[in-house]
Design a protein around this ligand. Structure first.
Ligand code: C2E
Ligand code: MG
Ligand code: MG
Ligand code: MG
Length: 283
């Protein structure tokens, strides 16, 4: 009986794998079409400061598949990275985010910067900087409104090359943030040599900050050291008031999470900005 059970489990498992693989191959083929037929779009999530006021945005890509519905970036970004499609996709994201940011700037509605997530392949590609320059020129967005989010792995890979690119970004006026901080292998001693402006503490530490002493210690330590190094610290994935208060007590300066606002399409974002600005002026 045990044997039979084992075989059944195996069959279910392997059928499962087949399905996953088939879905991936499909996604790769469909992604090409998605990029040209308007199935991709961006959602924007606001960031807030210690008083809860709007102080920045992050652009997050969404794929609205005609049959499969909404597909999360966690599923298709890895596929796009594997196939190299991320280069084209990344350009589209950057251009669209800059375009929308410029619309906000023109209406006096952008606080802080628009942050765009980058994949390693984009960052280390020759021509990356000139692509950025032409996107800024094309969209009319001044560089001081743009920020790029990089992962620790981007910066560990060819760190001399990375430093060169970061310096060039800095000269252009574009800010750089390290995303998902704490999940990679980077140390603070190496951070010391990197010309970045900001670090974002990963949600995995933030979610247990109230209940887990070790996660709390990580958050506290990262915030304290980052501030000593004149880096802005962002806590991502704030889902309740307790997490906000704890991290604010530790000295965190910027916050992002469902507690404040979810990622939303540009139309909804415009309403959100107007509403929160109205709230602040006491109307
Ligand atoms: P990320 O850059 O760390 O983005 C934050 C993720 O956390 C987003 O997921 C956001 O929707 C989610 N989030 C924000 N606040 C909360 C919260 O309070 N609770 C929870 N549970 N989640 C929260 P999303 O949009 O699914 O994106 C996942 C990841 O996909 C991003 O993580 C980023 O690494 C990647 N990604 C998204 N857009 C792009 C893109 O345009 N290019 C590249 N290369 N990667 C992207
Ligand atoms: Mg990010
Ligand atoms: Mg992040
Ligand atoms: Mg994260």
């Amino acid at each position: 009986k045990a044997k039979k059970q084992g075989r059944d489990t195996y069959e279910i498992y392997s059928r499962d794998l087949d399905k996953k693989l088939a879905r991936r191959v499909n996604l790769r083929n469909e992604l090409q079409e998605a990029m040209t037929s308007g199935q991709l779009n961006l959602h924007y999530q606001p960031l807030v400061d210690r008083s809860g006021s709007f102080c920045g945005l992050e652009a997050l890509v969404r794929w609205n598949h005609p049959r499969k519905g909404l597909i999360a970036p966690a599923e298709f970004i890895p596929v796009a990275e594997e196939t190299g499609q991320i280069v084209h996709l990344g350009k589209w994201v950057t251009r669209q985010a800059c375009r929308d940011a410029q619309k906000l700037v023109a209406r006096g509605m952008l606080a802080g910067r628009m942050a765009v997530n980058l994949s390693p392949l984009q960052f280390h590609r020759p021509g990356f900087l000139s692509t950025l320059r032409s996107i800024l020129e094309e969209t009319g967005l001044p560089a001081r409104y743009l920020e790029l989010e990089l992962t620790e792995s981007i910066l560990m890979k060819d760190s001399d090359g990375a430093i060169g690119i970061l310096n060039a970004l800095n000269d252009m006026g574009i800010a750089a943030a390290i995303d998902d901080f704490g999940t990679g292998f980077s140390s603070f001693s190496y951070l010391r040599h990197l010309p970045v402006d900001k670090i974002k503490i990963d949600r995995s530490f933030v979610s247990n900050v109230v209940t887990n002493d070790k996660d709390a210690a990580v958050c506290k330590g990262v915030i304290t050291l980052a501030r000593e190094m004149d880096l802005t610290v962002v806590a991502e994935g704030i889902e309740n008031a307790d997490q906000f208060e704890y991290l604010r007590d530790y000295g965190c300066e910027v916050f992002q999470g469902y507690h404040f606002a979810r990622p939303m399409p540009i139309g909804q974002l415009l309403e959100w900005v107007e509403k929160t600005a109205g709230d602040r002026s006491g109307k």
